[in-house]
Design a protein around this ligand. Structure first.
Ligand code: DQA
Length: 146
């Protein structure tokens, strides 16, 4: 696959998890919409979710061997994990951070991201469209002339 899409803790609960904040779509539905978007751009996705910091780090370490780009919604690890940040920093290709909700008008602990400084850009607050915009952003980073 071209793009590793990593999803962190509690994103497997989307659909029923605080829908007024995160929307009503399940992660499976977001995956389906994302694959359709990627297909339309001639890109393929390796879609992964884990509640475990360790599993996310292992995927990030492996990405250098066979992925061209990374999209990451690190969920709460965004705000807490230097280990996820360091694993993401191992990857040389395009990296885009996405969030469903707009972190900046929520609790103050959500206003810090350990990974924003090492990503090419961040897409925040567009619900599941943040993922689709993230795929579009990766396409433009991979093919800057088109
Ligand atoms: C989130 C925002 C995080 O603050 C939160 O911990 C999540 C989801 C989002 O996509 O809006 O789990 O990453």
């Amino acid at each position: 696959a071209d793009i590793l899409v990593l999803n962190g803790p509690n994103l497997n609960m989307l659909g029923t998890r605080e829908p007024h904040i995160y929307g009503h779509m399940t992660l499976d539905e977001i995956e389906t919409a994302s694959r359709k978007k990627a297909d339309s751009l001639g890109l393929s996705l390796d879609w992964f979710q884990s509640n475990s910091e360790s599993a996310l780090i292992t995927r990030l370490q492996q990405a250098s061997q066979n992925r061209r780009a990374i999209i990451i919604n690190a969920a709460a690890y965004t705000h807490t994990s230097y280990a996820v940040r360091d694993a993401l920093a191992l990857f040389d290709g395009p990296k885009v951070e996405v969030h469903l909700s707009k972190n900046f008008n929520r609790e103050s602990f959500r206003q810090i991201s350990t990974i924003s400084p090492i990503c090419d850009g961040t897409i925040v607050g567009f619900g599941f469209h943040s993922y689709l915009l993230g795929i579009q952003a990766i396409e433009s980073l991979l093919n800057p002339e088109s």
